[in-house]
Design a protein around this ligand. Structure first.
Ligand code: A3P
Length: 312
């Protein structure tokens, strides 16, 4: 992963410094009924985002926060960078000038004008609901990799992340966080809404779904499927390099370079079932019931294998 991350790191460092200065009630703002962190998003950015023009060869990653988006984001960037070496006219991919914060809705209002000048293929991450993406994403048939993770591990990861990161509200107790998570008072909204809304696109030709758990179980297979979906033509050796560089251990060890001090918070456990350390009977009952009510019988609900990964 040679792509420059200097701007990414200074952007996050600034958000952390800004977050530490803000009173808790000013950390979040609401836009069209959904909460977002005020240190990295703004209503003006959302307005500017409407002008964003997606390309059919864009490489999109959609995922609810804490589903492993930094992990799969690295896999995608690494795949695209590795495949670009076969392309003589894309030798500028390492240029720091061309680096943009990878999450579509995070940055500044001029970001989309700069993005229009970036060479293909652009790797773009987003936590947004499908209906809140700029219309051109679906109209221009950009391919989207949808990443989902079981709700109990997402909640567990989000709880620790919120308490360890100054731009996000912190919680005195796990109970307090759990109530907020279940009612959807989270940055980027409700997990259940997210999976429910994206389920409407599960059969779209341009959408491929992958679960955190499946990727964890067989990273080599997942990376191969992802590269085929985006039609990135790579040798077995290239693919193996991407697989090796995306293990939890490799990413954690490299995190100083890729994420700066933020890496110490982000690369926490990187596993499945850590929820067992927080959930008690009452949480299990509530989560099981809500999952069944909101996502029972949906294709994405099935893909999450709730019985295997979330039953106590
Ligand atoms: P945990 O908090 O459970 O450890 P996101 O990038 O969407 O914020 O997701 C963060 C979660 O992905 C964290 O989960 C983090 O440890 C996990 N993660 C990051 N890199 C990973 C990797 N290479 N393999 C597995 N999990 C990874």
């Amino acid at each position: 992963m040679s792509k420059s991350r200097r701007k990414f790191i200074s952007f996050i460092d600034k958000a952390m410094a800004d977050g530490a200065q803000l009173p808790p009630e000013e950390l979040m703002f609401s836009y069209k009924g959904i909460l977002y962190p005020a240190t990295v998003c703004s209503p003006d950015i959302f307005k500017a985002l409407e002008s964003f023009e997606a390309r059919s060869d864009d490489v999109f990653l959609a995922g609810y926060p804490k589903s492993g988006t930094n992990w799969v984001g690295q896999i995608l960037t690494d795949l695209v960078t590795s495949s670009a070496k076969y392309n003589e006219d894309t030798n500028s991919l390492d240029d720091e000038e061309l680096e943009e914060f990878p999450y579509l809705e995070v940055g500044d209002t001029e970001k989309y004008q700069r993005m229009a000048k970036l060479p293909s293929r652009r790797v773009i991450l987003t936590h947004l609901l499908p209906q809140n993406l700029p219309a051109s994403v679906f109209k221009n048939k950009a391919k989207i990799l949808l990443l989902i993770r079981n709700p109990k591990d997402v909640a567990t990861s989000f709880y620790h992340f919120s308490n360890d990161l100054s731009p996000l509200p912190s919680y005195k107790t796990w109970d307090e966080f759990f109530s907020a998570f279940m009612s959807g008072e989270m940055p980027w909204g409700s997990y259940f809404d997210y999976v429910f809304e994206w389920n409407k696109h599960v059969d779209d030709r341009n959408v491929m779904t992958i679960t955190y758990e499946a990727l964890k179980e067989n990273r080599a297979l997942g990376v191969k499927q992802i590269s085929e979906f985006f039609e990135l033509h790579l040798s077995e050796e290239d693919i193996q390099g991407v697989v090796d560089r995306s293990s939890f251990q490799a990413m954690k060890e490299n995190s100083e370079k890729t994420h700066g001090t933020f890496g110490n918070v982000l690369f926490r456990k990187g596993g499945v079932s850590d929820w067992k350390n927080l959930f008690i009977e009452d949480h299990n009952q509530k989560m099981d019931m809500t999952f069944e009510e909101r996502l029972g019988g949906t294709k994405l609900g099935e893909m999450l294998k709730y019985g295997k990964y979330c039953k106590a």
